[in-house]
Structure formats: structure tokens, C-alpha cells
Design a protein. Structure first.
Lengths: 245, 225
């Protein structure tokens, strides 16, 4: 059974349908990457999975449990199992790095503060920021903020991590540190779904690649197959442009 | 001009003036605190509430901001007893000022609600926060930091201009005390010179207190004066 199964998901922004039936699976411990041109709906897929954008049709299953997006409680339960990291980090600017990581587990999950703080410090060490626990977000570089955002998502002990273009807002020299963090998580067996334009990285870490265009999945396959031998004209055209650089 | 200033009588009654200043300070602080709470609720409803509730807040804000504070307090003090509700003059000033400040603060705080980055709110949502938790942990600290100067200025308005209305219904705050003392020996000029000085001192103390509070609680880099 796949860890995450998405089938036939439609979603709207207002009256405009932006996802026209998206389907793919992610195995436990696997990494699946969504790639494709801007506006193809990759980020919307992630937003729909965590209930920020409402799915109008289709099903999403985690370990075989269907998520009922009409129920606020079911969405909360889904968010316990899936954590998302955004392109723009979205850290809470008024809190220290440590508090960014501990707020939700302590105040919302009601776990003991001492335990959560110890775990958060371990996570900050994992992302290489053990010494920044007491800093504020505006005192950190973009790459550091993004790594804090990853630590904050992990502090919720998710089963599945969704990463939405986590390196797109970063200076090229800061991209490496974030990718290293993702590699480390992958080594530890975290199930991940990523939206990324870092094609070299996608190819290296992914078990499967989903190529999307205009709100549809055009083709799915192994990295080698999608990048080296795409079946569709649209994918050939796209990779012809992006891989040349 | 051959006026002979005589401050002796003022200094003899200085402790009475100080008592008045203390009451002014208390009224200002409580009315502002209460008004902030009302304003926070009003702004939250205006931003996230259902339409009927939003309209209700609009009516409240329009009525309060378009009528004089004096009329509102007269309404409470002279009007309500006609229907059997009798509050002390201090209570009327406090309640009147709270409702008055609440309407203005609804408008001021609404700007703060609208300037929160939606992305931070979404991050809070995906971390499992309810709307109330998002307001508490994201919006309020953001507001405190981003519109702190506007809030601090409004506190001074409540403290100085708002509370002095109390004099007209017999509250012995600073202005009322000064009027009472002046009518005894007609040293209006001296009493009001000293009273003006006390208001400035009160304002300075409040500004410094607010700036320190802001720095300590919200990392606001406010100027002291």
C-alpha cells in the first residue's frame, strides 16, 4: 500500500478549476518530485493535500485512510501526519527560532515543553543551526530561515513532509545547505513530496518524478526515464529548455 | 501686565492635584486597556467574522466615532438613570471612554489585521492552529510591533483628552480637581499652569513606560520621547 495515494483530485481557485484530476502515489520512505512549468499546479497540489486549497473531487489517502476535506477535524488530523514547508519559509517573525519550532507542539499538541524543546534543539542540530536557537528570523540568511522552517515542520513529527520549492527564493550559494538537509532526511527514511526546479537534485534523490502541465499529470516515471526519455512532446519540450542550462 | 503670580496656594494643595493626576492616570490606563480588548474583538470580527456580525461592528464604529465623547458620557450619566440604570460618575467615564476608545481602536487594529502576511497565517494553519490561536500567536504580536506608534499615540489621546471630560460630571481627576481648587480662591492662572505641567509630566511618564514595555515585550525599537 502506498504511504500517500492521490487519485483524481480536482481543485478550484474561486470559479476557476486549476487541478483537473491529479493522480500519483508516494511509497513509504520514498521521495516523489513534482516538476513542470510555472502555473502547472504543482504548488496547488501540495496546498490541496494540507487543506489550504479545497479539493472539489477525488480522494487523498494516507496509509489507506481517506481524508475527508469537508470536515475541519479530518483536515486537522491530516495536518498531524503531513507537514508543509513553503517557498517563502513563512516563519513567525516575532518569535525566536526555538519558539517557532516549539509553539505548535507545546500550545496545540499539548506536549511537555521540556521534551519538545530538547527535540527541537536536536532538529536544529540536524539542519545545522544548533547555535541559532535564540536568534530571530530577521537575523538569519534565507537559507538558514528555510532550514528553520524545515525543523519547524519536523517538530510536529509528521509522517510525510511536503516541500514547496524550498530553494527557489534562495541565493544559489545557499541552495546547497538546504538540499543537504533534505538528503539527510531522505537517508533517515522520511516520506517526502517535493516541488522543485532543481532538476539535478530531483534526479538524484527522487524515486519517481511526476511531470505536470496545465493542472494535469502528463507523465510519471523514474527520474532517468522522465529526464532522458520523456514520452510526451510537452515534457520533451520542457526538459529541452530547462536541462540545457 | 501687572498680574502678580501667587503659586503658594497651589503648592499648599499640590497633593490634591497629584491625587487628581493619579486618578487621571488610572482612568487612562483602564480605558485604554478595555478599549484595546474591545478594539481587538471588533477588528477580528471585521476581518474574519460573518456578515451580520461585521455590520454590527460597523454600526458601533460609525455611531461612536461620529458623536462627541462628551455626549456618549452624558448619555450614560444623565440618560441611563431615566431607564433605571445608575452608575457612579467614575464608572460612566470609564465605560464611556472604553467604548469610545474601542471604536477608534477597532479601526486602528484593523489595519494591523490586514497587514499580517497571509503566508504566516497559512503557516499557522498548517501547523494546526485554530483561528483564535492564529490571532493570539501571530496577529497580536504583529500588531503590537507594526502599529505600536499609532497605539501609543492613541493612548496619550485617551489619557489626556479623554479623561478630562470626566470633570464635567464631577469626577475628581486632574482637570476636575484643578477646577474645584480654582473656584475656591480664583487662582485659575496658577492652578492651570501647574495642571498643564502635570499633564505633560503624565504624558512623558506614559510614553517612557510604553516604550519600555514595547521593547521588553515586542522588540519594538520605539523612541522614548
Amino acid at each position: 500500500m502506498p504511504h500517500l495515494a492521490v487519485s483524481g483530485v480536482h481543485a478550484n481557485y474561486g470559479a476557476l478549476e486549476v487541478l483537473h484530476g491529479i493522480s500519483f502515489d508516494v511509497d513509504r520512505g520514498g521521495i516523489v518530485s513534482l516538476v513542470g512549468p510555472s502555473g502547472s499546479g504543482k504548488s496547488t497540489v501540495l496546498r490541496t493535500l494540507v487543506g489550504l486549497t479545497r479539493a472539489t473531487r477525488g480522494t487523498v489517502e494516507i496509509d489507506g485512510d481517506v481524508i475527508d476535506y469537508r470536515s475541519a477535524r479530518a483536515i486537522r488530523a491530516a495536518r498531524d501526519r503531513m507537514a508543509i514547508v513553503f517557498q517563502q519559509y513563512n516563519l513567525f517573525q516575532n518569535m525566536t527560532v526555538l519558539r517557532n519550532c516549539t509553539l505548535a507542539p507545546v500550545k496545540i499538541k499539548r506536549r511537555p515543553r521540556s521534551e519538545v524543546e530538547a527535540e527541537a534543539r536536536d532538529l536544529l542540530a540536524l539542519v545545522g543551526l544548533a547555535d541559532k536557537a535564540d536568534a530571530y528570523p530577521d537575523e538569519l540568511s534565507g537559507g538558514q530561515q528555510q532550514r528553520v522552517a524545515i525543523a519547524r515542520a519536523l517538530a510536529l513529527r509528521p509522517d510525510i513532509l511536503l516541500l514547496d520549492e524550498v530553494t527557489s527564493a534562495l541565493d544559489p550559494e545557499l541552495v546547497g545547505e538546504v538540499l543537504d538537509t533534505i538528503r539527510r532526511l531522505s537517508d533517515e527514511g522520511m516520506t517526502m513530496l517535493l516541488v522543485s526546479h532543481e532538476m539535478g537534485f530531483v534526479r538524484e534523490v527522487s524515486n519517481a518524478v511526476v511531470f505536470m502541465d496545465a493542472g494535469r499529470v502528463v507523465e510519471t516515471g523514474s527520474p532517468a526515464q522522465i529526464f532522458d526519455a520523456p514520452r510526451s512532446d510537452r515534457a520533451r519540450d520542457f526538459f529541452g529548455k530547462v536541462l540545457r542550462h | 501686565m501687572d498680574y502678580t503670580w501667587q503659586f503658594n496656594v497651589v503648592w499648599r494643595n499640590f497633593d490634591v492635584l497629584l491625587q487628581g493626576a493619579w486618578l487621571t492616570f488610572q482612568l487612562g490606563v483602564f480605558a485604554f486597556a478595555g478599549g484595546t480588548l474591545v478594539g481587538l474583538i471588533g477588528a477580528a470580527i471585521k476581518t474574519y467574522g460573518p456578515l451580520p456580525a461585521r455590520l454590527l461592528v460597523d454600526v458601533y464604529v460609525v455611531f461612536i466615532t461620529n458623536t462627541p465623547a462628551l455626549i456618549q458620557i452624558y448619555f450614560l450619566y444623565f440618560g441611563l438613570p431615566e431607564v433605571g440604570v445608575r452608575w457612579s460618575s467614575e464608572a460612566c467615564v470609564l465605560i464611556g471612554l472604553t467604548l469610545n476608545a474601542g471604536a477608534y481602536l477597532t479601526l486602528i487594529l484593523r489595519a494591523g489585521f490586514l497587514s499580517v502576511r497571509t503566508t504566516e497565517m497559512e503557516a499557522g494553519e498548517t501547523l494546526g492552529m485554530s483561528r483564535l490561536q492564529q490571532i493570539r500567536y501571530i496577529v497580536v504580536p504583529h500588531i503590537a510591533k507594526s502599529i505600536y506608534p499609532a497605539l501609543a499615540n492613541f493612548f496619550i489621546v485617551v489619557l489626556v483628552m479623554g479623561t478630562s471630560v470626566g470633570a464635567l460630571i464631577g469626577v475628581d481627576e486632574l482637570t476636575g480637581t484643578a477646577i474645584n481648587l480654582s473656584t475656591v480662591n480664583y487662582r485659575w492662572l496658577e492652578y492651570f499652569t501647574v495642571t498643564a505641567g502635570l499633564y505633560v509630566v503624565l504624558t512623558l511618564v506614559a510614553s517612557v513606560g510604553l516604550a519600555l514595555l514595547g521593547r521588553w515585550a515586542f522588540r519594538v525599537k520605539a523612541r522614548i520621547v
